[in-house]
Design a protein around this ligand. Structure first.
Ligand SMILES: Nc1ncnc2c1ncn2[C@@H]1O[C@H](COP(=O)(O)OP(=O)(O)OP(=O)(O)O)[C@@H](O)[C@H]1O
Length: 462
């Protein structure tokens, strides 16, 4: 089949990627075929009649023409990168966000696709690293074109790496010792993913967001990424047990030191504001608790023996306001850096997500013999993953149909991805379904393509 490049970028494209048949004795292949319909493709799968797999009875299934392209087992990571990711560069360089999700059963090739296992072979490099490498090449050209009078130290463009796992209701920062971060909606309606609260001198309280590591070379990014990946393996018996139960997010953002410093200043100003905000509240409460007493009728009345020191309250409020203004100025400075950047690419972002194993999105599997071996915690985790993946599909559906209210709050995963989806106005999102042709994986494969088919149908006119 000739490679097909999507001419028009739909709001959400879905791809299928067949992995090679595992090289294990006795492994047989299912029957699979691809059909074309306009710009899209459909997949049909059927189980060999001789198969003894537990999914007998559901022998064949065909999707709608909901896939932008179906990659064959012979297509390597470079082929997937060239077709799926490289088209995003003009958008990234215009400062937009593009999201790429890998979804599939454990062992079907999600990590192989997103990160890859052989980082030295360009045909095997995973999509995130291949994107980073290509991004560094583009940024080198832009950095070379900086005028002689530019402040290179602050303006030189780099790739900011963030890496975290979403598990249950928390995110774990892989570039910061796997620190647990809480996912919350702030009063501004935005999602904040923040680590533990650090108590500093003078009552200052700092809450750090997920760490962003500015990398000025590909090698330094690779080093950080490999160190972060090593942390994914800790905590449970095997990498696969664990990696399949988390959603791993890799973000590559175009940054420079000016932006990094300005964002750090916002965190600093925020930590300075905390004690003054607390002091203003304490003063207000202290004065009012002395200024009012409970009267004979049980209602509050002014205390005749104490006059509220309004000047003290006002002074504390004024100091708080001063620190609020400093914070607002720091936030405005971040915006001003974007506005005055020589290149519109600043803030452009690739987001790669290695989603939790599709086996969790199978209601029937939850009651299967395999599922009954799970611990209560694993079952609870499975339900959370299930609701995350359902919520993701619903968010994609709501966005594509132009609904005013997008249900980001439905799950921690969609809350975390909220800013990326909103930042992808003018961007591009794609899901790659990784599937195995092994007959014993037939039920898992069907489960994955069924989910992807629903996402593809939700993702825009096909
Ligand atoms: N398209 C492919 N080409 C070659 N090898 C592949 C491909 N897909 C997967 N593999 C190999 O199969 C094995 C399992 O793949 P991988 O670890 O990527 O699965 P996964 O879907 O990420 O699993 P898990 O959810 O358990 O983390 C790896 O050794 C990987 O190199």
């Amino acid at each position: 089949m000739p490679p097909k490049t999507a001419q028009k970028l739909a709001p959400f494209d879905v791809y299928v990627r067949w992995r090679p048949l595992p090289d294990e004795p006795g492994t047989t292949s299912i029957e699979k075929s691809t059909a074309e319909s306009g710009d899209y493709q459909s997949v049909s799968i059927s189980q060999p009649a001789s198969s003894s797999s537990s999914s007998r009875g559901t022998r064949s299934w065909s999707s709608a023409a909901s896939f932008t392209r179906i990659f064959e087992p012979t297509d390597d990571n470079k082929a997937v990168f060239d077709d799926v990711v490289s088209q995003a560069f003009p958008r990234i360089l215009a400062g937009k966000t593009c999201n790429f999700f890998a979804y599939g059963h454990t062992g079907s090739g999600k990590t192989h696709t997103i990160v890859g296992y052989d980082h030295s072979d360009p045909s095997q490099t995973g999509l995130s690293l291949a994107a980073a490498r290509a991004l560094f090449d583009k940024l080198a050209q832009l950095n070379e074109s900086l005028p002689p009078d530019a402040d290179r130290e602050s303006e030189r463009l780099a790739v900011g790496l963030r890496m975290y796992e979403v598990r249950k209701k928390s995110a774990f920062d892989l570039l910061n010792g796997r620190t647990e971060c809480h996912v919350r909606e702030g009063p501004d309606g935005k999602t904040h993913v923040r680590g533990e609260t650090e108590s500093l001198e003078g009552g200052k309280v700092r809450v750090r967001p997920i760490l962003i590591k500015p990398c000025f070379t590909y090698d330094s990014l690779l080093e950080s990424l490999e160190a972060g990946l090593a942390l994914r393996a800790t905590g449970t018996s095997t990498v696969h047990d664990k990696s399949s139960r988390t959603h791993a997010v890799f973000e590559l953002e175009i940054v420079n030191n000016a932006l990094i410093n300005a964002r750090d200043a916002v965190i600093e100003r925020h930590s300075e504001l905390v004690p003054h905000g607390k002091h203003a509240t304490d003063v207000y409460l202290a004065e009012n608790s002395k200024g009012y007493i409970v009267g004979p009728d049980g209602k509050y009345m002014l205390n005749p023996d104490y006059t509220i020191d309004q000047a003290r309250i006002d002074a504390a409020e004024a100091t708080k306001r001063e620190y609020e203004e400093r914070l607002e100025a720091a936030e405005a400075h971040v915006q001003q850096i974007f506005a005055s950047s020589r290149h519109p690419c600043l803030g452009g972002k690739f987001v790669f997500v290695d989603l939790a194993g599709s086996e969790y999105y199978d209601q029937k599997a939850s009651s299967s013999a395999a599922a009954s071996k799970q611990t209560a915690e694993e079952r609870q985790e499975g339900r959370q993953i299930n609701s995350d993946l359902f919520a993701l599909k619903e968010v994609i559906r709501a966005r594509s149909s132009g609904q005013a209210r997008i249900p980001f709050r439905s799950s921690p995963l969609t809350m975390v991805l909220r800013e990326h989806f909103l930042g992808s106005e003018g961007g591009f999102s794609a899901m790659i379904l990784t599937v195995s042709p092994a007959a014993e994986q037939y039920a898992a494969t069907m489960n994955t393509v069924k989910y992807g088919n629903l996402v593809g149908m939700a993702g825009g006119e096909k």
